[in-house]
Design a protein around this ligand. Structure first.
Ligand SMILES: Nc1ncnc2c1ncn2[C@@H]1O[C@H](COP(=O)(O)OP(=O)(O)OP(=O)(O)O)[C@@H](O)[C@H]1O
Length: 255
């Protein structure tokens, strides 16, 4: 197997006396989509926050290319290639879809978020932005303001912004939450597209078992902040301990 693109080693966070993530060691690889599942309160989002930098670990490491990212801000981690989709936080609501994507391309290219003076740089950025616009099938709403987009297109725009940042680690926390059945397949298609690139690593937190089945190359199960199981989807889903702790009850609720 390829070298891991991201490793968490004994990753732990305590909130007072409560250990929300407890010594989680896991290696993630390029070309692999790992879904993180577990019952409510298992520590999935906290684990994500520790990787993307919204939270700082009490102990343990987040290693990328041999560098420990613990202590770096979320934006510093994004510059290191750890990209996380966040609902609306990176959007400029009054700018058009194309302008939003162009700003993300610009930030990635090292021009920051300033207005550009040089016309040739601008054209190059627009060309790249149009590429992501097409990849996410948002060309039809290129000139619509982000604020005026329907919810489903806003979620696609979030994926477009993430793609424009060209991360090598993609993180999605319940990417279809709150979406209608019409729009969910579009966003799942985009994740399929990303996963098809063998240089990208995808991490996904997901409750919906149909989405897990559709996308997962590998499943890890968290329970009470600990890593309970890790393996191929069919192996993990059929293991007795996982069925007892999680799937036995959760599939009925969420499938
Ligand atoms: N900032 C915080 N301060 C105190 N406790 C916290 C904090 N953030 C999370 N927790 C606790 O850590 C535990 C794990 O929470 P987390 O949100 O990571 O679970 P989850 O698996 O993502 O749950 P869900 O599926 O419901 O989103 C919970 O007991 C939660 O109450």
């Amino acid at each position: 197997m390829s070298e891991p693109s991201l490793v968490t080693r004994d990753l732990t966070i305590r909130f007072g006396g409560h250990v929300a993530v407890n010594q989680v060691s896991c290696a993630f690889h390029p070309g692999e989509l790992t879904v993180i599942v577990g019952p409510n309160g298992a520590g999935k989002t906290t684990y994500f926050n520790l990787i993307s930098g919204q939270l700082t670990a009490t102990s343990g490491q987040v290693l990328k290319g041999g560098q420990n990212l613990v202590g770096l801000s979320p934006s510093a981690r994004a510059r290191q290639g750890v990209g996380r989709a966040f609902q609306l936080t990176n959007l400029f609501p009054q700018l058009s879809v194309l302008e939003n994507i162009r700003l993300a391309v610009q930030a990635r290219s090292g021009h920051g978020w300033r207005l550009l003076r040089r016309a040739d740089s601008f054209t190059e950025l627009t060309r790249k932005a149009e590429h992501y616009l097409e990849a996410t099938r948002l060309s039809g709403v290129a000139h619509t303001t982000a604020a005026a987009l329907p919810h489903g297109d806003q979620r696609k725009l979030e994926v477009a912004l993430l793609m424009a940042m060209e991360p090598d680690i993609y993180m999605f926390d319940e990417p279809t939450a709150g979406m209608s059945l019409d729009h969910a397949p579009d966003v799942l298609d985009l994740i399929f597209q990303i996963k098809a690139d063998p240089t990208k690593t995808v991490l996904l937190v997901e409750h919906k078992m149909d989405v897990v089945r559709k996308l997962a190359d590998r499943i890890i199960v968290l329970h009470n902040g600990e890593l309970l199981a890790d393996g191929a989807p069919e192996e993990v889903m059929s293991s007795q301990i996982v069925r007892d702790v999680y799937l036995g009850t959760a599939t009925e609720e969420t499938a």
